[in-house]
Design a protein around this ligand. Structure first.
Ligand code: HEM
Length: 500
């Protein structure tokens, strides 16, 4: 009996040991170096993909608490390391940033044969040169300076007029803002202002939305490319191809508009000038036509929904917090009044509005998992080894929603957390919605201008209220490429009409 029990216990123990090994808790590479732990069972072929929910925010939070700042997941056979918490994210993106500068391949870029071009997904020297050229052109065009704000104000005027014409009727504000923000980036790129009814412009918005709606399928195809051969197009490969080809056609059209001889300064004309300068100095291989086309696509894709979703979140939060909307109105009425347009020069006078914008970005966390990186070489982070070629997710959400950093009311909308006792704005270094390091958001300056000018102008002009008899819209997000609010309708009540 005793022998039987012992055998029984031993076999249970070895089964558990086998299971632990199978679960690959603290897996090691071939030389025995310790990789970050895998929190769940790893299945052949699928890896851990079946344990990652559609919206992994909560699951990642739990694994971060249980397993520490770094954990591994196998999506298919691809090793992915998720990095959590400010200290670890700063280590990979800043201190050891040089090892984490590249990006893994993405299925939609492969589909159009543009995997290694442009600014958002390229690697190495190619990325470095394209990023530096793109950054200096955007700076010359006025991003981060006051000269661009007049262009943005023109688009805002147009938006305000459209909203006034609705006469307080309930509307999907996200859509109006999205079109307006898209118009701004297109006009920076081409120097031309597109009519919102222009068919090509409308199609580009349509295709960008179409690609965003396939985010989950894109993620699956990135890691299990074999799935594209599944019968019946389960993973929407046709929709993805159609969307990305449509976006490419629009970028080609933009480049042709500028070729056709527009006089205005634009991103494209400046890029072409740089290209000529490089050619004159005997080097142009990197800043060529393909690169320009893909960089235009990257700027339009990255520069539209991120900003418009943030504005839509802000208005939604204020429907839930009318007292905060009241305080913004008070500040705007006191500092700017009703007769002149808000400008960037007003930013310092409107600390409460700035705190509201920061709190919106923190709580909405529209790019919760940033954009993936891939390691250029073998590297150690803390005690863990990350091999060359590993995909890495900087989990910005783990910083923006950290109770340790923001306090026990981390999940509440409380703009005053960004104000000092004297009313000035606080700038905590852990506020990182645009990521950090050498490959952080290239459009941060433009996005900050747009967020300030749009929200200051919208709140100066309107009070946002719920349509009569309608319940407060949900704060539940739709997580695709970005976290966007669920569609809601709002009435834009003209505050000027009341005063005059
Ligand atoms: C509220 C608005 C925005 C947010 C929250 C945001 C956030 C981000 C984040 C988290 C990244 C990844 C950075 C990294 O890998 O470390 C990124 C990359 C990027 N963003 Fe933004 N972004 C916004 C607006 C914009 C705008 C308006 C533009 C257009 C000019 C833009 C252009 C880009 C580009 C081109 C990249 C890729 C940079 C590279 O790979 O070198 N973004 N953004």
């Amino acid at each position: 009996m005793f022998d039987l029990d012992l055998t029984y216990l031993l076999s249970i123990a070895s089964a558990i040991l086998g299971l632990v090994l199978f679960l690959r808790i603290f897996p090691k590479d071939n030389s025995g170096r310790k990789l970050p732990p895998v929190p769940v069972r790893t299945w052949p072929l699928f890896g851990n993909i079946l344990s990652v929910p559609e919206n992994p925010r909560q699951q990642f939070k739990q694994w971060h608490t249980q397993h520490g700042n770094l954990f591994s997941l196998y999506l298919g056979s691809t090793l992915i390391v998720v990095v959590n918490g400010y200290k670890a994210i700063k280590e990979i993106l800043v201190t050891k940033g040089a090892s984490f500068l590249d990006r893994p391949g993405m299925y939609p870029n492969q589909v159009i044969g543009m995997e290694h071009t442009g600014v958002g997904f390229s690697c190495g020297q190619y990325w470095q040169e394209t990023r530096s050229a793109t950054h200096s052109i955007l700076k010359d065009l006025g991003v981060g300076k006051n000269i661009l704000h007049e262009k943005i104000q023109d688009d805002i005027e147009f938006l305000l007029d459209r909203l006034v014409q609705l006469n307080g009727q309930a509307t999907d504000i996200s859509h109006h803002v999205h079109v307006s923000i898209s118009g701004i980036i297109c006009s920076i790129i081409t120097g031309e202002r597109f009519s919102y009814d222009d068919e090509r412009f409308k199609y580009n918005i349509h295709y960008t939305n179409q690609l965003a709606s396939c985010a989950k399928e894109v993620a699956a195809l990135n890691f299990l490319p074999i799935l594209k051969y599944l019968p019946g197009d389960v993973l929407k490969t046709k929709r993805i191809r159609e969307a990305v080809e449509g976006m490419k056609r629009f970028a080609e059209f933009c480049c042709n508009v500028v070729n056709a001889g527009t006089e205005r300064e634009s991103f494209i004309s400046c890029f072409k000038r740089k290209q000529k300068e490089k050619l004159a100095n005997g080097r142009a291989a990197i800043l060529d036509e393909e690169n320009l086309k893909k960089t235009v696509m990257d700027l339009i894709a990255a520069g539209t929904e991120s900003t418009s979703a943030t504005i839509a979140w802000c208005i939604l939060y204020l429907l839930h917090h009318p007292d905060v909307q009241g305080k913004i109105h008070e500040e705007l009425d006191r500092e700017i009044g009703f007769t002149r347009k808000p400008s960037m020069g007003d930013k310092l006078k409107l600390p409460y509005l700035e705190a509201v914008i920061k709190e919106t970005q923190r709580l909405a966390s529209v790019a919760p998992f940033s954009m993936m990186r891939v390691t250029r070489e073998d590297v150690f982070v803390g005690n863990f080894f990350i091999p060359k070629g590993t995909s890495v997710i900087p989990n910005l959400d783990s910083v923006l929603h950290s109770e340790e950093i923001w306090g026990p009311d981390v999940d509440q909308f409380r703009p005053t957390r960004f104000l000092n006792p004297d009313g000035s704005v606080r700038h905590p270094e852990e506020f990182i919605p645009f990521s950090i390091g050498r490959r952080n958001c290239l459009g941060m300056g433009l996005a900050q201008m747009e967020l300030f000018l749009f929200l200051a102008s919208l709140f100066q002009k309107f009070e946002f209220v719920l349509p009569e008899g309608v319940d407060l819209p949900t704060l539940k997000e739709n997580l695709g490429l970005l976290a966007v609010p669920t569609h809601y309708k709002v009435c834009c009540v003209d505050r000027f009409a009341e005063k005059i």
